[in-house]
Ligand binder design. Structure first.
Ligand code: ATP
Ligand code: MG
Length: 242
């Protein structure tokens, strides 16, 4: 009868089982104080596989941007666990989180967060240099060229249109070649043709390099290109919305 008992896996086998790209368990997050105190994320559990593309949708105020910040380790939940690429965020201090983020996670913020005193090229190259990447300036120029900004390298953010700033933010997120990219409305400020080019670029990196994508979007065509759509409603995952 012993032969019917499943043997435990040898250690070498279990080490080969790659962890999820992102595993979030029972995350709750409350922000603000007094009358502005809001329970934003409510018991969120979500697993995203390696090289999966997720479209994160939901009404304004449903918690999409906040959930991206949690995935990137920029907001700490009050309760629950966040594990990215096998790393438990609860075990890292702020410096550890920042180092982890720099190596593994590219972020495109809804409001871009470009540094106003730096040119487009510097906005992309300086984080690369700080991470010790070789040829930072040449790599930054090439990423900017790929998003159609080869002729805007020396412009400052205030000299760029909203859509151009968004593309600098995308180039900055792509430049370190992260395993995971989280992007908040990456085409929100772009016209249809430019938006399509950026989406094609995102999915090309996803296909060629196996980059895991988490894309917040109100654009149903972009959501439909993802492997899976996850819908938030009032801070919870809306199971009916999948
Ligand atoms: N620092 C904060 N203090 C208090 N409330 C906050 C804070 N940040 C966000 N909120 C609230 O949390 C809720 C979720 O915000 P979030 O930015 O995650 O929404 P969203 O789904 O990204 O919306 P949108 O589609 O408009 O970008 C909103 O109701 C917002 O007002
Ligand atoms: Mg948002």
């Amino acid at each position: 009868m012993d032969s019917l008992i499943e043997p435990s896996l040898p250690a070498s086998h279990s080490q080969n089982l790659k962890p999820d790209a992102i595993a979030i368990s029972n995350v709750n997050l409350t922000l603000g104080s007094g009358a502005a105190r809001v329970h934003i994320l409510k018991d969120i559990s979500l697993r995203i596989g390696r090289a999966e593309a997720i479209g994160l949708i939901g009404p304004s105020g449903s918690g999409k941007s906040t959930l991206l910040m949690v995935m990137a380790g920029l907001e700490r939940p009050d309760r629950g666990e966040v594990v990215v690429d096998g790393t438990h965020f609860n075990a890292l201090d702020e410096d550890g989180l920042a180092r982890f983020r720099g190596r593994h996670v590219g972020i495109v913020f809804q409001s871009f967060h470009l540094i106003p005193t730096m040119t487009a090229l510097e906005n992309v190259a300086v984080p690369l240099e700080l991470a010790g990447a070789p040829n930072a300036s040449a790599r930054a120029a090439s990423e900017l060229d790929a998003v159609g900004l080869g002729a805007r390298l020396h412009h400052y953010p205030t000299q760029l249109s909203g859509g151009e700033q968004q593309r600098v933010a995308l180039a900055r997120a792509f430049a370190p070649d992260p395993a995971i990219l989280v992007a908040d409305e990456p085409t929100g400020n772009l016209d249809e043709v430019t938006g399509q080019q950026i989406v094609d670029l995102l999915f090309a990196k996803h296909a060629e390099r196996g980059m895991t994508l988490v894309l917040v979007t109100h654009d149903s065509a972009l959501a439909q290109r993802c492997d899976r759509v996850v819908k938030l409603r009032s801070g919870r995952i809306d199971e009916a919305g999948r």
